[in-house]
Design a protein around this ligand. Structure first.
Ligand code: AHM
Ligand code: MG
Length: 281
C-alpha cells in the first residue's frame, strides 16, 4: 500500500503545479457523464495514469474521466478507482479542489475497498489516507515531501452542515432535514467542492455533508466508485458513518462504473437524524 500512497504523493505534486500554473479553460472533449472536460481534468488524469501504470501491484485504473477501466497489469492485486481533479471548475475561481482515490480488490464494490485517500489542493496541499491503521493527515512541505501531521477522528456530533444539490429540486423531507440542522445551530460550510467540504468536516471534528437524490436526479450526482465509496470508507474509519439515506454506502455495488448514488457523510448523531428523516421515503 505504501507504494500506492507514494504514487499519490508524486501525482499530487505534479497536479498542484498544473493547477497553479496551467490553463484552466475547457478542452474540446466530453467525458462519459457528458461533462465538457477542462484541460486540467485531462492533464491530471494523464499524470495519475503515467505514475500508476508502472506499479505492478496495480491491476487496473478506472478514472472518472474515462468511459472504461484500463488494465495495466493482469497479475496485479489492486483496482484503483479515482477522480483525478474533483470540482475542477472551482480552480478557475481560485477555490480548493481535490483528487480522490479508492483502492479496491477483486471488483469496484464498496465492501472490496482496502484503502482510500484524497488530496486537497488549497492554500496548502494535504493528503488524507485511510486503511486498517486509521485515518491520517499529511501535509506537503517546501522540500516536496509529505509530513505526517496527525490522526483524524470524528466526534459523535459536530457543528457543520454542508448541504449539496440544487435546493429547488430537494424533496420535502430532505428540505425539512436540512432546516432542522440549521434550527439546531449547525453552521453552513459549503464551497461546492466535495473534497474541501468533507475535509473541513473531518478536521473540525464532525457535522454532515449531503448530496441527496433530487426531483430531477433521483440517483444524485456523485459517483460511487470514484467519489462516494472512498469517502464513505474514510468517514467510517474516522469513526463516522456514510449512508444513502437508508443503506450503508459501503454495502452498495455499482452496476456500471459511472453509477451515482445519493450520499450522506457525517458523525454518528447526524447520520442517525438522516436515517430517521429518510425512514419512510
Ligand atoms: P465533478 O466530479 O464533475 O467535479 O463534480 C463533483 C462535484 C463535487 O465536488 C461537488 O460536491 C458537486 O460536484 C457539486 O455539484 P453541483 O454544484 O452541480 O451541485
Ligand atoms: Mg468528481
Amino acid at each position: 500500500m505504501q507504494e500506492i500512497y507514494n504514487a499519490i504523493q508524486s501525482a499530487a505534486i505534479k497536479i498542484d503545479y498544473a493547477i497553479k500554473h496551467e490553463d484552466t479553460g475547457y478542452s474540446d472533449n466530453q467525458n462519459s457523464t457528458g461533462d465538457i472536460q477542462l484541460k486540467l481534468d485531462i492533464h491530471s488524469d494523464n499524470i495519475i495514469e503515467e505514475i500508476f501504470a508502472p506499479i505492478t501491484s496495480v491491476k487496473a485504473l478506472a478514472s472518472e474521466e474515462k468511459a472504461e477501466p484500463v488494465t495495466v497489469h493482469e497479475e496485479g492485486r489492486y483496482l484503483i478507482g479515482y477522480d483525478p481533479l474533483d470540482g475542477s471548475s472551482l480552480a478557475d475561481v481560485n477555490l480548493s479542489v481535490g483528487s480522490i482515490f479508492g483502492i479496491y480488490e477483486n471488483d469496484y464494490s464498496g465492501k472490496n475497498l482496502k484503502a482510500a485517500a484524497y488530496v486537497v489542493y488549497g492554500p496548502r496541499v494535504e493528503m488524507v489516507t485511510a486503511d486498517e491503521e486509521g485515518v491520517k493527515l499529511f501535509r506537503l512541505n517546501a522540500d516536496h515531501t509529505f509530513a505526517f501531521i496527525r490522526d483524524i477522528k470524528l466526534e459523535a456530533k459536530g457543528k457543520l452542515n454542508a448541504p449539496g444539490g440544487t435546493q429547488k429540486n430537494w424533496l420535502p423531507h430532505h428540505k425539512a432535514l436540512v432546516e432542522h440542522f440549521f434550527a439546531e445551530g449547525y453552521r453552513l460550510r459549503y464551497s461546492g467542492g466535495m473534497v474541501p467540504d468533507l475535509h473541513q468536516i473531518l478536521l473540525k471534528g464532525g457535522g454532515i455533508f449531503s448530496y441527496p437524490g433530487t426531483s430531477d436526479k433521483p440517483a444524485g450526482k456523485l459517483r460511487k466508485v470514484f467519489e462516494v465509496f472512498p469517502f464513505a470508507y474514510i468517514y467510517e474509519k474516522a469513526g463516522g458513518e456514510a449512508i444513502d439515506g437508508k443503506t450503508r454506502l459501503l454495502d452498495l455495488s455499482p452496476e456500471h462504473i459511472h453509477d451515482t448514488t445519493p450520499c450522506f457523510f457525517g458523525s454518528k448523531e447526524e447520520i442517525q437524524k438522516v436515517r430517521n428523516a429518510y425512514a419512510n421515503h
